[in-house]
Design a binder for this molecule. Structure first.
Ligand code: FAD
Ligand code: NAD
Length: 473
């Protein structure tokens, strides 16, 4: 047993934890970060954002080479798939980036402690984390402050047990050794639709089974509807308002029993791979939260105050294990602000200005309020919409699916939300994220000069449409 004294011990080296550790070190704190995975970067870098985007890009190139270049007059011979090369590239992207975090830790003199952390004691000046190494060794880290950034894990679906071969979570879906003939995706959310896009582009038949009567439930309804129509056009089959009641595995595949969510006639779907993507839940196993009395809700979400402090003094929490959207950039921003608050500075996060992006093609991006939320809250708003079919760059690129929608306060014209489905939506949305941060109006966007020809001009036109004066429509 060894003893060391830190200003901050971070448990979890994901985007929340590693960013908090770096910011705290920049502010002069002595910092350790405990991570039980072999590499830093958490879910996001190892088995989440990064490997999924690597495969989305590779599969997009494959699909384009197979079907998308003829109209441009580019003729290719036969295009073949080398899946193991595609997966190896993805693994290299991941290892380059996780090694990069280890380098940043060295640069910022952060101690990377490999092992599983548990909070041993808590209270004024007696905070300590015990770390159990893979070899069973134990290290005690005495510290003024503890930051829990242990992230989340896939929510299991009773009766559909994940074996990461035939029935997979997102982790298994990032490493399938061959393209399934038929893949059933349970859950029409972020993971389900991104991974369905990857394997669909590589040749799998895709059926998406969604419990609710729409996909991407938190999103603006008009965008969701349009999104589903486009994905259907790309070949995906949707079974909405449907629940899976059982999964039976055999050597040749999996048979799922499904029935209408509201009850009704059951049917069976045969496939070779099932992806369970019905959400994620906070991961706090083994931390010892009960013993030290940290409050969580009934779903295990750690409860914090406006400064990320739990009910136990000196213990903070951020990222996927606290309330709010489970997104890497939200975890990162919380990491920065939390470190600044621990250092005695002030800070806050505008949770109304956190973008959400689905990296399918076309991309879907949103920020702020949806039309449904504004209606529910009784807020009078104006909506301005502009389709990519009327945007010259989209025409030139042959990427005309989708639209930009901007929602602004009916009286003040302040932008309240934006919803984009279309080419590069994930980049375009940041124009509105900035406007929201600065409390700007639709007129501010409309009066800002936009380069021509760009997809961004559709954002300007949607802002003009808020006042009923788009030029190109
Ligand atoms: P995590 O990244 O989960 O990191 C927590 C870390 O803590 C883990 O490495 C874990 O091993 C470690 N840990 C847990 N308990 C202990 C312990 N007791 N001791 C030591 N270490 C411990 N978000 C986006 O914004 N954009 C995307 O494109 C995106 N794509 C995704 C794709 C997939 C397939 C998945 C699954 C998620 C995706 N996400 C995406 C979500 C994103 O990964 C998470 O929101 C983000 O990783 C949360 O960061 P975090 O630091 O809170 O937790
Ligand atoms: P999700 O919440 O995005 O989607 C889950 C879907 O499953 C929902 O549509 C829900 O209605 C449905 N569902 C729930 N129970 C069901 C059941 N029994 N049968 C059928 N459908 C059911 O969750 P996810 O796709 O698992 O992703 C988890 C989180 O990871 C996301 O919320 C997101 O925060 C994050 N993520 C983000 C990105 C990104 O930013 N591009 C990508 C992947 C994951």
């Amino acid at each position: 047993m060894t003893d060391s004294a830190y200003d901050l011990v971070v448990i979890g080296g994901g985007p929340g934890g590693y960013v908090a550790a770096i910011r705290a070190a920049q502010l002069g704190m002595k910092v350790a970060c405990v991570e039980k995975r072999e590499t830093l970067g958490g879910t996001c870098l190892n088995v989440g954002c990064i490997p999924s985007k690597a495969l989305l890009r590779s599969s997009e190139l494959y699909a384009e080479a197979r079907h998308g270049l003829d109209e441009h007059g580019v003729k290719l011979g036969s295009v073949t798939l080398d899946l193991s090369a595609m997966l190896a590239r993805k693994d290299k992207v991941v290892s380059d980036l996780t090694t990069g975090i280890a380098f940043l830790f060295k640069k910022n003199k952060i101690d990377h402690i490999a092992g599983t952390g548990a909070i041993e004691s808590a209270g004024e000046s007696t905070n300590a984390v015990n770390v159990t190494g893979a070899d069973g060794s134990s290290t005690r880290l005495a510290t003024k402050n503890i930051l829990i950034a242990t992230g989340s894990e896939s929510t299991p679906l009773p009766g559909v047990d994940v074996d990461e071969k035939q029935i997979v979570s997102s982790t298994g879906a990032l490493a399938l050794s061959k393209v399934p003939k038929h893949m059933v995706v349970i859950g029409g959310g972020y993971i389900g639709l991104e991974m369905a896009s990857v394997w669909g582009r590589l040749g799998a038949e895709i059926t998406c089974v969604e419990f609710l009567d729409r996909i991407t439930p938190g999103m603006d309804g008009e965008v969701s509807k349009n999104f589903q129509r486009i994905l259907k056009k790309q070949g995906m089959t949707f079974k909405l308002g449907t629940k899976v009641t059982a999964a039976k595995k055999s050597r040749s595949g999996v048979t799922l029993s499904v029935e209408p969510a509201k009850g009704g006639k059951a049917e069976q779907i045969k496939c070779d791979v099932v992806l369970v993507a019905v959400g994620r839940r906070p991961y706090t196993d083994g931390l010892g939260l009960d013993a030290i009395g940290v409050n969580t809700d009934e779903r295990g979400v750690i409860q914090i105050d406006g400064g990320f402090q739990t009910n136990v003094p000196g213990i903070y929490a951020i990222g996927d294990c606290v309330p709010g959207p489970m997104l890497a950039h939200k975890a990162e921003d919380e990491g920065v602000v939390c470190a600044e608050i621990i250092a005695g500075q002030s800070g806050h996060i505008n949770y109304d200005a956190i973008p959400g992006i689905v990296y399918t093609w076309p991309e879907v991006a949103s920020v702020g309020k949806t039309e449904e939320q504004l209606k529910d809250a009784g807020i009078a708003y104006k909506a301005g919409k502009f389709p990519f079919t009327a945007n010259s760059r989209a025409r030139a690129s042959g990427e005309t699916d989708g639209f930009v929608k901007i929602l602004a306060d009916a009286t003040t014209d302040a932008v309240l939300g934006a919803h984009i489905i279309g080419p590069d939506a994930g980049s375009l949305i940041h124009e509105i994220v900035t406007i929201l941060e600065f409390g700007g109006s639709a007129e501010d966007v409309a009066r800002t000069c936009h380069g021509h020809p760009t997809f961004n001009e559709a954002v300007k036109e949607a802002a003009l449409a808020v006042d009923g004066r788009p030029i190109h429509m």
